[in-house]
Design a protein around this ligand. Structure first.
Ligand SMILES: [Zn+2]
Length: 332
């Protein structure tokens, strides 16, 4: 076990977290029992397709406004407990279409509860509105219009999730153009399951400001240089990569190489309900298994806030607090 400064008190942003995948296990158990539905087997999947199906089963226990509010409040509490000063929660209202009147209704509830809980707990909360790349383009266009309507009212970024194979970034250029025109950051998933070409396409056709995962960029030295020069942040999730067998072991994770190449990287939980690690766990893991120094972990935290959709004042105060964290002597 490596030692160093207290990682909980390192101010950080959580930028890659799918809302329903961040549900507390005890909440899932309680809601499944309440509604009399079988408990989704969140630890039991052998492929990304199975993982996606179980994710949708988890969504089935969220049936009322209060269920959604409880989920958001607990996710904000958990972010605060990991030392997050900014949470960019990944929201996908289409997951709840069969239960509520409109996507806008779902989004309103998630934003309202997120901002209320954030104010009470002392952290900023915004939404990364995400579209499902396996659904028709028309749905992505509807969601882009909705995200654009809430730019400046809680939605700060626009994403693309689900299975990368057969659903390349370039197919979604049009909805991303709508989102970017409204001032939202472009934050698609790429380079997790699919290779470096998917990362390049996310940059070229979606104007990506950040890439969720993006770790397979390491396979292409030219692309690595481009990401470093352009300062494109990779929102990395080591535990998720291990659980979904994207990499064989944490010791083989390319994060140290990406950092060494000068690419800004943030650390994130992705889906803690499924993978078992929260935001703070990821920082601890990178210290313990990848031997990241406090200087490197502070650089990760700085990249997370600087690349986020947080207000400028929060970015500035957080960077100053990260410097203060690092200037404190290590107590051993
Ligand atoms: Zn993800």
């Amino acid at each position: 076990m490596s030692t160093g400064r207290d990682l909980r008190s390192l101010p950080k942003a959580h930028l890659h977290l799918h809302l329903e995948g961040a549900m507390r296990r005890e909440t899932l158990v309680e809601l499944a029992a309440h509604y009399g539905v079988p408990l989704p087997p969140v630890g039991d999947y052998n492929s990304f397709t199975e993982f996606s199906a179980i994710y949708e089963a988890v969504c089935a226990v969220l049936r009322t406004h209060n269920d959604l509010r409880r989920l958001v409040r607990e996710v904000v509490e958990d972010a605060a407990a990991s030392g997050a000063v900014w949470l960019e929660m990944g929201v996908r209202p289409t997951l709840h279409r069969d239960k509520f009147a409109s996507d806008a209704e779902v989004l309103e509830i998630l934003l309202d509860e997120g901002q209320t809980a954030g104010r009470e707990l002392g952290l900023g909360v915004g939404a990364l509105m995400t579209v499902d790349r396996t659904q028709p383009l028309g749905i992505a266009m509807e969601e882009a219009a909705l995200a654009a309507a809430y730019a400046g009212k809680g939605v700060v970024s626009f994403g693309l999730a689900n299975d990368e194979y057969g659903h390349p970034p370039e197919a979604f250029a049009e909805p991303f153009a709508v989102a970017r025109r409204s001032g939202l950051l472009s934050c698609p998933h790429a380079g997790e399951l699919d290779g470096a070409d998917s990362v390049r396409s996310a940059l070229d056709t979606l104007g990506a400001d950040r890439i969720q995962h993006g770790i397979r960029a390491i396979e292409d030295p030219e692309l690595v240089r481009r990401l470093a020069i352009d300062g494109i942040c990779l929102d990395v999730c080591p535990t998720s990569n291990i659980c979904l067998k994207v990499i064989p072991s944490v010791e083989e994770h390319p994060l140290p190489l990406l950092l060494e190449a000068g690419i800004p990287c943030s650390l994130n939980g992705d889906d803690p309900l499924f993978f078992g690690a929260n935001l703070l766990d990821e920082y601890e893991l990178c210290r313990d298994k990848l031997d990241l120094s406090d200087e490197q972990l502070a650089r990760v935290a700085r990249a997370s806030i600087e690349s986020s959709g947080a207000p400028a004042a929060l970015k500035a105060s957080t960077c100053a607090n990260i410097d203060a964290w690092l200037s404190d002597p290590v107590v051993s």
